[in-house]
Design a protein around this ligand. Sequence first.
Ligand code: C2O
Ligand code: CU
Length: 466
Amino acid sequence: MARFAISRRGFCASLAAGAAFGPRPLRAAEMPDLMAGPTSVQIAPEGYGKTNVWSYGGTIPGTPLHARQGERLRRRLVNELPVATSVHWHGIRIDNAMDGVAGLTQDPVAPGETFDYDFVLPDAGTYWYHAHTNSMEQVARGLSGPLIIAEAASDAPDVDRDEVLMLDDWLLNPEDGQIVDNFDNAMTLSHGGRMGNLIGTNAQYDYTLPVKTNERLRLRLINAANARIFGLRLEGVTGWTIALDGMPLEEPEPLTGPIILAPAQRIDLIIDVTADEGDTAGILRRDDEDTWRPQAIFPVRGRASKSKRAAPSALPPNPRMDMPNLADARPLDMPMEGGAMGRMRGGRMGGGMMGFRDLMQAGQFWSLAGQIGLDETPFARLSRGEPARMTITNDTVFPHAMHLHGMHFRTIATDGTPGPMRDTVLVLPNEKIEIAFTADNPGKWLFHCHMLGHAASGMTTWIDVT
Ligand code: C2O
Ligand code: CU
């Protein structure tokens, strides 16, 4: 707890100084460790032994990190893995040098080495952190964890409990319950991505959370899967969506239809348990055969003292949530091509043109705006503060969860109305969507598909904000 005392003191000092700068970074000795290393955990059903994984802090999900809005987060990454790694703080509108993208914002951290992450948390909300060096393998092996930024105490919603539900899937060998290690399988890369055969919440396939009738909970759902899109619905509760990808909605939205949660997306819900004592509420997931299966089971044990409550009010807005200036926005065109059954004939890679056959040989299957993979030249150069609107056209037969680092954006409906702020948007096959944002965070920011196999086989580019 000393950590928070230090942070709060630092934060107040900076306010007193009237400075726009964050408080002075801690000396390295005061920095708590975040260990990345191999361990084994029981995720497979009974009858199987433990599964060998890579994790942060020895658990799956990795150590939950909690902080308060406006504080600094400081962690010394200690790499005890057999491979180089780095940590990305997904959704944090972060100082670029701390963004954790090996090869773009920092060097990968070699085995046995450390890296000090130290940055301000401008926004409250539900975020997560994960490896960003060879992430299609490292995230699939377990390198991710929740990052929860609390609102100022007076602004926090009045709930009985606040629960993080990290949804994930695992591709395990049914013989021995160990992780199947064909991460760069061409078949998965060129199709929908790596899908697990064991699906769970907080690394438990039978995740159970006892609740009470009339209890009010805040649920923070995080999709940490490599490629799986979760289709969810709740039962035995009334609920509201209060935030998407960390950012508060202007008004809580009553839950009616199913929830679609694409890889890397988060949704914050407030739910009131309506099911009676002895019944079961919970979250159901639509599976491939179109049947609903339990994703989280809420057995109802007892009654909360309070009776039915009024609908929740909105969360306080985060800073810098103003609508981007659409009239003056720079238009950017982002066609997406490739994949199995796609029309891509070739594209630019490493400065030259390559045909589809050569790309396949190189394990590359996708392009963003004609470019395959990260290039020295950014997709776009924006000046700080410049508004931009990007048309994303999915000319493939697969859905893609497109993520922008460093800044949130809004989707713009065809009639011009801006949607909620997000950092990851699902673009369905043959769909064209428009997003808009203000380039208010300087640095080199990735824009990529969060189906991590797609990102590794072509769907990664970047934007330079100066
Ligand atoms: Cu969670 Cu580059 O992203
Ligand atoms: Cu994709």
